[in-house]
Design a protein around this ligand. Sequence first.
Ligand code: URA
Length: 239
Amino acid sequence: MDTDNFRKEYIELIASVREYMEEQLRLGFMEAELSEPEQQSPYADFDLPALATDAGNCTKCPLHETRNSVVFGVGNTNADLMFIGEAPGADEDRQGEPFVGRAGQLLTQIIESGMKRKRADVYIANVLKCRPPGNRDPEADEVATCSPYLMRQIELIQPKVIVALGSFAARMLLDTKIGITKLRGEFHECNVAGLQVLPHKKPPVIMPTYHPAYLLRNPSAKRDVWEDIKKVLAFLAQG
Ligand code: URA
């Protein structure tokens, strides 16, 4: 059986066990309480390292010829909150970790000083795992080739909220051509075809906001980002 079929059957099995237990509870045959499960995807710890290895060996697009590292993602694999940027820059390509340059330091500040969370408690990734030379914009075919890695990361981590940093991430996750200024500030449904979620989980909601690199050039936009982040905090606080 291939991995996808195995995964599908596993999800169906969990759903039917849960259904059976709920029925037993309803009929009074069981006393245990089934709390709303908060656990992570059951395969995150197993599948994410395998996916990282796959991505680490990826030669599906020409960006592999110029990269120093594959920048897969970093953070808590059980995070309720994910940040998704565009693509690694020079610092990230050198260090193999997303958002470690100047824009990254600003993102860390937003997470730690603003949201009062540790950077290590959220999960951070990019649409592209390899640096486009000279920090040029990602090409459509690079996004199409690379995005399955990100989709699988989202499926495995199963966050409640994804903050899409900048227009590339927002457009990809929402499958739209609308610009970030119009999209930001409101929650949107994740619009990625075929994204699988566990039966008891809701698909993540997306909050698009300005990219930290944009904030470095336009500090007055920090106010808008803070408004967006406050909505994310309120959403997460609802449980
Ligand atoms: N910009 C991004 O979009 N991602 C990074 O990892 C760094 C800068």
